[in-house]
Write a protein that binds this ligand. Structure first.
Ligand code: SF4
Length: 217
């Protein structure tokens, strides 16, 4: 492993000279995940396949895209290349969506102009016996991520006031368990049951509801 790779810095990439047909300036970062992706997907092939997609002005691979060093490189690219969209092709959005949204925010880019593409769980880990197939799938997923990014708009979070109250329809075991779970997180709960109250998990239902702050109708 090279010193650059060991530090998590960018190890391969391409920067084009300017805007393409879409008018967007998109950076694409394809992660190797220390071999978790690159052992089963040819990351360099993926970068080569997408670097001329409309709107792409930077396409690179990195050993560990979530590392501080690579995040800093992406932040520098956003400033120097005036990127208005980024695609990170790495792992599940469940893992790092907030990492990269926060990175975009630090770079002064609206966090919703970033798109996550999952190459690890959906390509490399899913197709360990078919590197060529996994690589082709990765190219298509990254192209789709770029296409999506071309249509992204800067968004501002909207705060909506809600009423902390819930209705549970049905007072059987599942309904009462759901009602209890909702009451435990502080919601006011109303259980609606078509039968008499004593069909609600047995004759102690009214006492159960009273103790847990639920209304019965
Ligand atoms: S961004 Fe995800 S895929 Fe890439 S190095 Fe970090 S954990 Fe691995």
């Amino acid at each position: 492993m090279s010193a650059e790779a060991a530090s998590g810095q960018t190890v391969n990439g391409a920067i084009s000279s300017g805007d393409r047909a879409s008018g967007r300036r998109i950076g694409v970062y394809v992660c190797q995940c220390g071999g978790n992706i690159s052992d089963y997907v040819s990351v360099d092939e993926v970068v080569a396949a997408v670097k001329n997609e409309p709107g792409v002005v930077v396409a690179r691979s990195a050993m560990f895209t979530c590392s501080d060093a690579t995040q800093q490189e992406i932040i520098s690219d956003i400033a120097e290349q005036q990127l208005d969209g980024i695609v990170v092709a790495s792992c599940s959005p469940k893992l790092h969506t907030f990492t990269f949204r926060e990175m975009a925010r630090r770079a002064g880019l609206n966090p919703y102009l970033y798109t996550q593409v999952n190459l690890r769980e959906q390509c490399s880990w899913a197709h360990t016996d078919d590197k060529s197939g996994a690589t082709e799938k990765a190219k298509r997923l990254v192209r789709a991520g770029i296409a999506r990014t071309r249509f992204t708009l800067a968004l501002d979070p909207l705060r909506v006031e809600t009423v902390p109250r819930a209705v549970v329809v049905g007072g059987g075991v599942a309904g009462m368990r759901a009602a209890l779970a909702l009451a435990e997180i502080g919601l006011e709960v109303l259980v609606v049951e078509k039968g008499p109250h004593n069909v609600l998990v047995g004759p102690g239902a009214e006492e159960f509801a009273r103790r847990h702050g639920m209304g019965l109708i």
